[in-house]
Design a protein around this ligand. Structure first.
Ligand code: PMP
Ligand code: GLN
Length: 382
């Protein structure tokens, strides 16, 4: 019998809910992905590069043209000059980037602080490296850092803290003050950061994303991770990047070169072309997604769900205590899918110890207007 290295891991909730949605014919607002396509010019560029023969291995660290575009975007968005050669690495998705950063840093016995609710890929990556996650719940209702609990969780074994802003599943944004406080807390300690910023361009109501890239002190010890999948509506392309100071990038690359070696060549060419031609694309994302969030929320105003509009990401949390307080959120997500034709994600799966009586599900609003109208109509009728 094989002895599992990940005995507590099953099939992810995203796969399970998407499968249930497909089986039942429900509208799938569970797993986070758009039901519309990325820009035509971007997709055309892939076809063009495949036809032109750009089909062999890319450089291990990523195509220089794409790394240059990432560096230019960071300068434009966050005012920091990073070196495209020594600080930017293109990876096959943010998940792989996070995995490699964790493997590069964590040794058996190390502790990694994650904030609950937390994205599902962090903990298995830490466990495979022989480390242990210490879960610090975010403070409700705003999903901000509970500083006392964070301080209590720090130990001489703490080697890494994983941040995620805009936050999946809550959409909460980290503030500049919180980054400053974090910097003060870990100053002088041998602690690194992974900052998962895959929703960096999905921030609403005039807010600005606060990137760790722009934080002079924290950046020196950080791996900042993002995903073209989110920013260009192409989650299936599984193409992302890591920005980190040269010494950290060098260690990350040692792992990356043996996990996958490089990202997919024609996709990297297409992204580089498109970013060069359409630097404004990312600046248009806040308004584009805010309109979707607002439409969905307005259609649900007057329903029996209660909610605070998401500050960022493409997820909206809905509290259903007034509807089925008798159901836990897993049962509720299944009930919504089977009985009401809208698939959702339960929020308790993002916790080690979910808050008692958590009655919240997550819905993805990266959908066409028609899908959002249909889904909201079904939800408002409950
Ligand atoms: N981090 C978070 C918080 C996410 O929601 C996702 C989403 N899918 C990822 C990382 C992974 O991104 P990718 O698909 O590029 O691996
Ligand atoms: N990040 C996506 C979500 O939160 C899911 C990605 C996946 O299925 N692994 O829904």
């Amino acid at each position: 019998m094989i002895i599992s290295k990940l005995p507590n891991v099953g099939t992810t909730i995203f796969t399970r809910m998407s499968q249930l949605a497909a089986q039942t014919g429900a509208l799938n607002l569970s797993q986070g992905f758009p039901d519309f396509d990325g820009p035509q010019a971007l997709r055309d560029a892939v076809a063009r590069h495949i036809a032109a023969g750009d089909n062999q291995y890319a450089p291990m660290t990523g195509l220089p043209a794409l790394r240059e575009q990432v560096a230019a975007k960071i300068a434009r968005s966050y005012g920091r000059e990073v070196c495209a050669d020594s600080e930017v690495t293109i990876t096959p998705g943010a998940t792989q980037a996070i995995f490699c950063a964790v493997q590069a840093l964590i040794r058996p016995g190390d502790e990694v602080i994650v904030f609950d609710p937390c994205y599902d890929s962090y903990e298995p990556a830490v466990e495979l490296a022989g480390g242990r996650c210490v879960h610090v719940p975010l403070a409700l209702p705003g999903f901000g850092i509970d500083w006392q609990r964070l301080q209590d969780a720090l130990s001489s074994r703490t080697r890494l803290i994983i941040l995620n802003s805009p936050h999946n599943p809550s959409g909460a944004l980290i503030s500049q003050a919180a980054l400053d406080q974090l910097a003060a807390l870990i100053r002088g300690r041998d602690i690194y950061l992974i900052s998962d910023e895959v929703y960096e361009h999905l921030v609403f109501d005039g807010a600005k994303h606060v990137s760790v890239v722009a934080h002079e002190e924290l950046y020196q010890r950080a791996f900042v991770v993002s995903s073209f999948g989110k920013s260009y509506h192409v989650t299936g392309w599984k193409t992302g990047y890591v920005v980190a100071p040269p010494a950290l990038s060098a260690e990350l690359r040692k792992v990356h070169q043996y996990v996958s070696f490089c990202g997919v060549t024609p996709l990297q060419w297409a992204l580089a072309d498109y970013m060069a031609e359409h630097p404004e694309h990312v600046d248009e994302l806040p308004a584009f997604y805010q309109a979707k969030r607002d439409l969905f929320c307005e259609l649900l105003t007057g329903s029996r769900f209660s909610f605070t509009r998401a500050a960022g990401s493409f997820f909206q949390l809905l509290d259903y205590s007034a509807i089925r307080p008798d159901l836990d959120d897993l049962a509720m997500a299944e009930w919504l899918t089977r009985e009401h034709g809208v698939a959702a994600i339960p929020v308790s799966v993002f916790y080690q110890t979910p808050p008692k009586d958590l009655r919240v599900v997550r819905l993805c609003f990266a959908k066409r207007e028609e899908t959002l109208r249909l889904a909201a109509e079904k939800l408002a009728a409950i």
